[in-house]
Design a protein around this ligand. Structure first.
Ligand code: S3P
Length: 175
């Protein structure tokens, strides 16, 4: 399927890059986090607080299954933990070209040190939490990615150019 799925750690720019990419490639943009919030009519923070992370992960899987039925030619930005489930990795691979936006712990910290919307990064030691979570996740992101783009110290245009080129190659091979 010819969707583009953006994965990567919180703060890697999946949503903002995804939105810009959708303008550039003239494809519809979907954000799994936003869609889950809309469907559930509560924020992700509240879902974590009221029902726990596992319930949220199940919602991510259910939403990906919906996408697999009806989503074509779109740009899909995902939550940073979505690829943790094996089932989700299979689903995103089936959906299209998986693009991993790779970012360093320092950049994530600078971008998210004052964030209050990510339940997994609240508390006194966000830097340590970022390091720990990133270490756990990097290999998973890399294992599922068709394309890896380093995003630190790059402007949007450079990142979009790299993604566009990579997606073009991917789609030429897979079509
Ligand atoms: C999460 C990332 C968040 C959101 C939730 C859990 C994670 O999305 O899905 O807070 O486990 O990394 P962003 O990556 O868009 O911040």
């Amino acid at each position: 399927m010819n969707n583009v799925i953006l994965i990567g750690f919180m703060g890697s720019g999946k949503s903002s890059i995804g939105r810009k990419l959708s303008y550039r490639l003239q494809r519809t943009f979907i954000d799994t986090d936003k869609q889950i919030e809309r469907e559930q009519d509560v924020s992700i923070r509240e879902i974590f607080a009221q029902s726990g992370e596992e319930t949220f992960r199940k919602m991510e899987t259910a939403y990906l299954e919906e996408l697999l039925d009806n989503c074509r030619n779109q740009i899909i930005s995902t939550g940073g933990g979505l690829p943790l489930r094996k089932k989700n990795r299979k689903l995103i691979q089936a959906l299209g070209c998986v693009v991993y936006l790779r970012v360093t712990a320092d950049t994530i910290y600078e971008r998210l040190k004052n964030d209050t919307t990510r339940p997994l990064l609240q508390g006194d030691v966000p830097k340590e939490k970022i390091n720990t979570l990133l270490k756990q996740r990097v290999a998973i992101y890399e294992s599922v990615a068709d394309l890896v783009i380093d995003v630190d110290n790059k402007g949007f245009d450079e990142i979009l150019d790299e993604i566009q080129e990579g997606v073009k190659e991917y789609e030429a091979i897979s079509n």
